[in-house]
Design a protein around this ligand. Structure first.
Ligand code: FEO
Length: 171
C-alpha cells in the first residue's frame, strides 16, 4: 500500500496545485463581482469549490495508503481582469497547466508501476478534458457576443443559473 517516494511527492504537489486552482478561481469570482457579472462570479466560486473537492480526492488517496499529505506554499499570480473574456481566458490557461500536471502524474505512476493510483489518475485525465472543453466553450460564446452588453448579460444569467444552489425549503 505504501507509495513510491517520487509518486508521493508528485501526488502531494497536485494536492497543493488543486488548492491553488481553488484560490485562483475564487480571485476570478471576486473580479467578476467587481464587474457586476454576478452569475459568472457564482460560476467561478462554484468552480473554486470543485477544485477543493479535487484536492480532497487526491488527499484521501494518499491517506488511504497510509502516507502523509504535505501542503506547500501557494502563490497566487497577479491576475489582470478587465472583462469576462480576461477571466475565462485566465481560467482556461490555468486548466491547461493543470492538465499537463495530471499527465505528468500519469507518467510518474506508470514509471513506478503504481497500479493502485490508476483509477484516480484516469478520473482526473477525463475531468481535465471536460474542464477545458467547458471553459473553452464559454470563451467561444464570449467572443461571439463581443461588446454586446445584452449578449453578455444572457451568458451571465445562464452561468449563474447553472451553478446557483437549488433553493431549499423556506425556513
Ligand atoms: Fe482540478 Fe479544474 O482542475
Amino acid at each position: 500500500m505504501t507509495i513510491n517516494e517520487k509518486l508521493l511527492d508528485t501526488l502531494n504537489k497536485q494536492v497543493t496545485a488543486e488548492q491553488q486552482a481553488a484560490l485562483i478561481y475564487q480571485q476570478l469570482a471576486y473580479e467578476l463581482s467587481s464587474l457586476s457579472l454576478t452569475g459568472m462570479s457564482t460560476w467561478m466560486a462554484a468552480q473554486a469549490d470543485e477544485e477543493r473537492v479535487h484536492a480532497g480526492k487526491i488527499a484521501d488517496h494518499i491517506l488511504a495508503r497510509g502516507e502523509h499529505v504535505t501542503l506547500t506554499n501557494i502563490e497566487i499570480p497577479e491576475l489582470s481582469v478587465t472583462s469576462a473574456l480576461d477571466a475565462f481566458t485566465i481560467a482556461y490557461e490555468h486548466e491547461q497547466k493543470v492538465s499537463e500536471m495530471i499527465r505528468n502524474l500519469a507518467r510518474v505512476a506508470d514509471e513506478v508501476q503504481d497500479f493502485d493510483s490508476r483509477t484516480l489518475i484516469n478520473w482526473f485525465l477525463n475531468e481535465q478534458i471536460e474542464e477545458e472543453d467547458t471553459v473553452g466553450g464559454i470563451i467561444d460564446q464570449l467572443k461571439m457576443v463581443g461588446d454586446d452588453g445584452a449578449g453578455l448579460l444572457r451568458i451571465d444569467a445562464r452561468l449563474g443559473a447553472e451553478r446557483e444552489p437549488a433553493a431549499g425549503p423556506l425556513q
